[in-house]
Design a protein around this ligand. Structure first.
Ligand code: AMP
Length: 184
């Protein structure tokens, strides 16, 4: 990596671009809003360049992303690396033959799907979302990819909330985030 770029990455304070919104979408939740990253071409570039830098020595054949904010970061990464994007969507959104997985939310169940034909058998798929909270969604997504015959060598999030113990669910897959928050 050249020195100018290295300095740029070291000095960049992503925290300034993430708005913290108390009681959204419901009381008691502190919502970390990444739209400030999207509205800053510099912050957005930092995130995508950093992702590319982190994974440059790993063999990543495709990137899978969780609907909807995961798509925003996975797509430019895929474009940069020239690899496919695999959308993982809420139930009922994908028209083709799907693999699907139910998982538990705090008070309910959710279901996500992937097009079976999109999952590359025997290949390395990096799994991403904008933010990793409990890791429940990514855990279910990883199961889908593995069921489809892919390997998941890493999980990436722009934001991590490690106090919600996502590692419990996501171990042993290595998880990398660009910025972590530790609760209120
Ligand atoms: P989880 O399955 O608990 O890791 O979180 C699932 C999804 O909810 C992720 O795609 C996040 O975008 C979103 N999410 C969960 N908690 C928050 C939060 N505090 N702020 C912003 N997004 C969140």
């Amino acid at each position: 990596m050249d020195i100018v770029k290295e300095q740029f990455i070291k000095e960049f304070n992503l925290d300034e671009y993430i708005r913290k919104v108390p009681d959204f979408p419901k009381k008691g939740i502190l919502f970390y809003d990444i739209t400030g990253i999207l509205s800053s071409p510099l912050a957005f570039k930092y995130c995508i360049d950093k992702m590319a830098e982190i994974y440059k020595d790993q063999k990543i054949d495709a990137i899978a992303a969780i609907e909807a904010r995961g798509f925003l970061f996975a797509s430019p990464f895929a474009y940069k690396l020239g690899i496919p994007v695999i959308p993982i969507r809420k139930k009922g959104k994908l028209p083709g033959v799907t693999l699907s997985k139910k998982y538990d939310l705090e008070y309910a169940q959710a279901e996500i799907e992937v097009h079976a034909a999109d999952v590359p058998r025997g290949k390395n798929v990096l799994l991403t979302d904008d933010l990793i909270a409990t890791g429940g969604t990514l855990n279910a997504a990883r199961s889908l990819l593995v069921e489809g015959g892919a390997q998941v060598p890493g999980i990436f999030g722009i934001v991590g909330l490690p106090f919600l113990n996502y590692k419990n669910l996501l171990d042993p897959t290595p998880v990398i985030t660009l910025i972590d928050f530790h609760g209120e």
